[in-house]
Design a protein. Structure first.
Length: 655
């Protein structure tokens, strides 16, 4: 590396001449010319041979760049001039940045990089790599049971070849074998990744869009994962052969299959973490054949209330929360949104020259929906992609919700699968206060027919009784119907034990809508303010833009006794209140009530002082941003009034 000095920077002696510049707009811009033309000519051969960089004398590019070949057909059309370097004209960069990111993080922590190159001692069988236990307990009869054919693909950690069973029930069956050399397993993390991949493939079964797993073998040198052979090629190859654009109907056919298999994995408690067109294969060379999800090497088990922190995935498809090291199944939905964007317009939603630039664009930039062909696409298609590419994972729809979207649900009689998200929301609802439940019920009554479609489908999958209600027994039966061994590994039954309160009561469809309603997703809609206003009007029954105690009691405890509200609801709200808001309200109300110190000990004044907690719970649960303008009371009527104003701004303080 060079040494930093205070002298002016010298001209780069390795800058390319004008005669060597190419007219292709997709090439990297050339560096400025150097006046040292003679020396530049003398170094030209070194630059062309890759020994020196044309930009930095201390950097040598990888020789692997000369070995890359584009899967796109020869003579393909050039990219559009209006959006240069964004269309698929070349293959993607290396599929996963996880190795390099892990190495950087490990160096920052002062530890040995997990993805460091194999040392000479490790290659010879010595060193730390030789001390690792690389025994997986798989069968060692690979050579006796299978006959290996030609290689069909090669990845970063191994290669894939065709094979044929020589005996057993699958005799004569053509399969694909993923070969992972043990010499590349230099860390305990790499060994555990292989072990977990086999466990996930073995646990997930029974879905038509999931690669079928047959068996796993090992010997002294390699691990062999035997799977279904898909001869149709990658989805990426199909995209490139089409010039990068799909019609809406063709894109729907692809998205339905991807969403179905991802929703199935999420229900079993498995997050893929590396969804991209390269990891979906066609079973046959016909485009109408089924798509199969492959490559679970980066996948992991996760519960609905668990957050992962490993930075893994591919740069163009990584979700923002993955870069923030706190994510769950919503990260897969983001990757699906990127694939949907590519299918519909042929370009990537986030692009940069470098990996760090891509990450910066994912975190800060917004995908463009103004360029061709987005103006000619339906508004439902654009809304579908936007809801998948919401940077807030709480507002992002799930895979099952995407299948119920108006753009896709009418395609070929799509069936909405059971969504694990509803159990997470039901758990939160069962633990909520009476006031929060009342607010959610009010919001659920404002939903449109399209928004109720998803909830109605989920309720029917729970198979309610004849009287139209569900209990814990219905939940258990539904899970047993769709469960695989992966669900046990992800400990989802332990998570659902929190719904035990349903064992002693039943829930009708109206309450189910309130329990399975995501306020964050509702807030992401354009009509959120209308939902909030309609829900508030359900509390304000007399229409005077004020909530009195009797109205609050009738919406929560179905009682008109203010003392019940003061004695029960307020105590619960005290546990959920925001102390900072309390201090702000104290300061605002101090001057207004300082001249009435004699009322400090009256029950009415105490309730008025505690009523601010009601405002905060409405803010937290229903996302209502309420401004308290005037707090006045009348001792003769023994009644408190709260005048409100609704706003969407998050940065304004309570007056």
């Amino acid at each position: 590396m060079g040494v930093c000095t205070s002298k002016p920077q010298k001209a780069n002696p390795y800058a390319l001449r004008e005669a060597e510049a190419e007219a292709d707009p997709s090439q990297i811009p050339k560096a400025p010319l150097s006046p040292a033309a003679a020396e530049n000519h003398r170094r030209k051969d070194d630059v062309a041979a890759g020994k020196q960089s044309p930009f930095f004398p201390f950097y040598s590019p990888s020789p692997a760049r000369f070995l890359k070949k584009s899967p796109a057909p020869a003579g393909g059309s050039r990219s559009a001039a209006s959006t240069p370097r964004r269309f698929f004209r070349r293959p993607f960069p290396p599929p996963s940045p996880a190795k390099h990111i892990r190495a950087v993080l490990a160096r920052r922590q002062g530890k040995k990089a997990a993805a460091a190159a194999i040392s000479e001692e490790g290659e010879d069988g010595g060193g730390a790599a030789a001390d690792l236990d690389k025994r997986f307990g798989f069968s060692k009869e690979f050579t006796s049971r299978l006959e290996v054919g030609e290689e069909v693909g090669r990845g970063h950690f191994g290669y894939t070849c065709s094979a044929r069973f020589k005996k057993g029930e699958l005799k004569g069956q053509q399969v694909a074998v993923k070969v992972i050399p043990k010499s590349k397993m230099t860390t305990a993390i790499a060994i555990e990744d292989v072990r977990r991949e086999v466990k996930i493939l073995r646990a997930l079964n029974g879905h038509s869009n999931l690669i079928q797993f047959y068996d796993a073998f090992e010997d002294q040198d390699n691990v062999y994962i035997v799977m279904e052979l898909c001869e149709g090629g990658e989805l990426l190859d199909m995209i490139l052969s089409r010039g990068g654009k799909y019609s809406e109907d063709d894109a729907k056919a692809v998205m339905v299959q991807i969403l179905n298999v991802v929703a199935f994995c999420h229900l079993q408690g498995v997050v893929h973490r590396d969804l991209k067109p390269e990891n979906f294969l066609y079973t046959k060379k016909d485009e109408s054949s089924e798509l199969k999800a492959i490559d679970f090497g980066l996948s992991d088990f996760v519960r609905p209330d668990e957050r992962l922190n490993d930075i893994v995935g591919s740069a163009y498809y990584v979700a923002p929360e993955v870069l923030h090291r706190s994510y769950s199944t919503e990260a897969d939905v983001w990757s699906i949104g990127v694939i949907a964007y590519i299918l519909l317009c042929g370009s990537r939603p986030f692009w940069a020259r470098t990996e760090s630039g891509i990450f910066r664009a994912v975190l800060k930039a917004d995908p463009s929906f103004d360029e061709t062909p987005w103006p000619s696409l339906s508004s439902e298609a654009k809304d579908f992609v936007k809801r998948l590419l919401n940077k807030d994972p709480r507002k992002r729809i799930s895979a099952a919700q995407a299948l119920s979207h108006p753009w896709i649900r009418n395609y070929n009689n799509v069936k909405v699968p059971l969504d694990i998200l509803i159990f997470k929301l039901m758990k939160t609802y069962m633990r909520s206060s009476s006031l929060r439940k009342a607010a959610l019920r009010a919001l659920s009554k404002t939903l449109t027919a399209d928004e109720l479609y998803y909830l109605r489908e989920q309720f029917s999958l729970l198979e309610p009784s004849k009287n139209g209600s569900i209990s814990l027994e219905n939940v258990n039966k539904a899970l047993m119907k769709y469960a695989t061994d992966a669900m046990k590994e992800s400990r989802i039954p332990d998570f659902l034990s929190s719904l035990n309160s349903l064992q002693y009561r039943r829930m009708d469809f109206e309450e189910f809508c309130a329990a399975a309603l995501s306020v964050h997703q509702l807030e992401a809609l354009d009509r959120w303010e209308q939902h909030a206003r309609c829900a508030y009007e359900l509390f304000d029954k007399d229409g005077n833009r004020a909530i009195v105690i009797e109205e609050l009691a009738s919406c929560t405890l179905h009682s008109t006794n203010p003392r019940i509200v003061e004695g029960t609801i307020i105590r619960k709200l005290l546990l959920l209140s925001d102390t900072n808001c309390l201090e702000r309200v104290k300061n605002v109300n101090h001057d207004a009530h300082s001249h009435k110190r004699g009322l400090n000990r009256s029950p009415v004044y105490q309730f008025l002082f505690s009523f601010q907690y009601f405002a905060m719970v409405i803010c937290v649960t229903c996302r209502f941003y309420i401004h308290m303008y005037v707090c006045s009371y009348s001792l003769l009527e023994n009644r408190c009034w709260l005048y409100y104003g609704v706003t969407r701004s998050r940065n304004e303080d309570i007056y």
